[in-house]
Design a protein around this ligand. Structure first.
Ligand SMILES: Cc1cc2nc3c(=O)[nH]c(=O)nc-3n(C[C@H](O)[C@H](O)[C@H](O)COP(=O)(O)O)c2cc1C
Length: 273
């Protein structure tokens, strides 16, 4: 393999592996990236990783990720993400939500939301539906990658019904042209962001998420999370990194964060209806 080629680690949550439109769609993105710069995709098919259901022990959060009963499977995936120039989280829409395979995988990464580390890692999120439901899945995958510390540079949602879903039906040429255009745009953004390596601006949602985690972690003295945050000087910081932040997002998150902290202290958090 060309040593200068970009290495993209693509995590696929379709149980249909290479047969899936998710995989076929990512191959289009790979082609488009290769038009710009030599790029090699490495695919992780979650179905083949064969993770059992996360049993919810939360050892990853409370004791450390090495204590996960399935760390032998998760640990190598974390190393692959760390080593890659960019990552892709890709999943089908199942019952208007993210497919269970991807959801289960993400549960194993719960601790990364408490102790994010993939800062500066560029990511693309990708969703496949026959008809609709892309937004829910793209929002989930974007929030997940951001929660881990990644910069999400592009989102793509594809319609498999336009790509010859039914047996004997061929792909709609007009749709494929549009898909190629979208893939070319995402490919350009992905390559530029990887080469550029500057931190993407953090939006309100990310800052708010940081404040919520900060409030929670401050109350967890002498835990794995607390020590991780303390070592990085995050307990009194405004964000994890020095990524640019808008003035409005900064002050709104600070204000809402302090309201949440007061409510938690008083114990007057209301049940959600
Ligand atoms: C259990 C299940 C639920 C599905 N739910 C939806 C849905 O809510 N919306 C939709 O547009 N398509 C839905 N589909 C269709 C899939 O999104 C479609 O088959 C897609 O191509 C799957 O991606 P894949 O080819 O990468 O596996 C569903 C498929 C399955 C198997």
């Amino acid at each position: 393999m060309d040593d200068s080629a970009l290495h993209i680690y693509a995590i696929i949550g379709s149980p249909r592996n290479e047969e899936s439109y998710t995989y076929k769609g990512l191959r289009i993105l790979e082609e488009q990236m290769n038009e710009i710069r030599a790029t090699k995709f490495e695919f992780l098919f979650l179905q083949q990783l064969a993770l059992p259901f996360c049993d919810g022990c939360l050892y990853c959060v409370s004791k450390g990720e090495q204590h996960c009963p399935d760390f032998a499977k998760i640990g190598p995936v974390v190393s692959k993400v760390e080593a890659a120039d960019g990552i892709i989280l890709a999943a089908p829409v199942h019952t208007f939500n993210v497919a269970g395979l991807m959801k289960n995988f993400v549960e194993y990464f719960m601790y990364k939301r408490n102790r994010p580390s993939f800062f500066g890692k560029k990511a693309v999120v990708f969703a496949t539906a026959a008809g609709g439901g892309h937004k829910v899945v793209l929002d989930f995958l974007e929030g997940t990658a951001e929660g881990w510390g990644c910069d999400v540079v592009s989102r793509i949602g594809i319609s498999s019904s336009q790509m010859g879903l039914k047996r004997g039906e061929s792909a709609k040429p007009q749709y494929m042209d549009r898909l190629n255009e979208v893939a070319a745009d995402a490919a350009a953004k992905f390559v530029v962001a990887i080469e550029d390596q500057t931190l993407q601006a953090a939006d309100f949602k990310q800052i708010m998420n940081f404040r919520a985690m900060q409030n929670m972690t401050r109350r967890q003295k002498d835990t794995v999370n607390y020590n991780y945050w303390k070592d990085r000087d995050w307990l009194n910081a405004d964000f994890y990194t020095n990524a640019p932040v808008s003035f409005f997002a900064y002050w709104m998150a600070r204000y809402i964060g302090s309201r949440i902290r007061k409510a938690m202290k008083k114990g007057n958090v209301k049940p959600v209806r």
